[in-house]
Design a protein around this ligand. Structure first.
Ligand SMILES: Cc1cc2nc3c(=O)[nH]c(=O)nc-3n(C[C@H](O)[C@H](O)[C@H](O)COP(=O)(O)OP(=O)(O)OC[C@H]3O[C@@H](n4cnc5c(N)ncnc54)[C@H](O)[C@@H]3O)c2cc1C
Length: 174
């Protein structure tokens, strides 16, 4: 099979705009093990199923041990939190959270999913953690967007009204 240049693949993939999430697992009594991720994909509605792709490391070990993870979708002002959980922890960043189904839910996130791992599939240098959603929540604030390896504010201007026939662009799972 012909193999594409790694740098070119990375640049092309970066043109797929995504939101930014922080994956969370409880650590100790009151701590959070968290990792910034943009590989979150909702993959089926019934049952509500999602996946995240995680490289071996601290978060990979935490998800494997817990068998579950939280997905916190960051708001447009979540840049510092994203950096904090992407390997650049800042002492002045002290993320507040509450526990939902035993998983840390960060304050002010746009959406939260409590996820129970059903399959873990190793693919190249990542593992796909496929999970059933056991709870979710959302609010109507603008998200942080990642495009072309940079953070962007909000979702941009809508080109049409919602595909679900209502002016509200937010949709929650049943
Ligand atoms: C916008 C954005 C989106 C991101 N999306 C994702 C994503 O979807 N998935 C993802 O995995 N990361 C993603 N990252 C990177 C991730 O947030 C950082 O790499 C983070 O530091 C990993 O935290 P950790 O505590 O799990 O890793 P640590 O244990 O602190 O390790 C840091 C990094 O070292 C590498 N590493 C550690 N152990 C091994 C090993 N045994 N074999 C190979 N490599 C190893 C991994 O790259 C790991 O991420 C994203 C970062 C940003 C900014």
């Amino acid at each position: 099979m012909r193999r594409v240049d790694a740098g070119k693949f990375r640049r092309a993939a970066s043109r797929f705009a995504t939101g930014v999430a922080v994956l969370t697992v409880r650590e100790g009594q009151n701590g959070i093990c968290g990792m910034t991720a943009n590989s979150f994909v909702p993959i089926s509605l019934s049952p509500p199923t999602v996946l995240v792709s995680v490289r071996p490391g601290r978060m990979h070990r935490a998800i494997t041990a817990a068998g579950r993870y939280g997905v916190n979708v960051l708001p447009k002002d979540g840049q510092d939190l994203s950096r904090h959980f992407a390997g650049r922890p800042a002492s002045e960043t002290d993320p507040r959270h509450e526990l939902v189904q035993g998983l840390p839910k960060l304050s002010g996130c746009v959406a939260f999913f409590a996820c129970e791992v059903t399959q873990a599939i190793d693919v190249s240098d990542h593992t796909l953690f496929i999970a059933e959603v056991t709870g979710c929540d959302y609010c109507d604030i603008d998200p942080l967007v990642f495009f072309s390896s940079r953070y962007h504010l909000g979702p941009g201007a809508p080109l049409e009204s919602s595909i679900h026939g209502t002016p509200n662009l937010s949709v929650s799972l049943p």
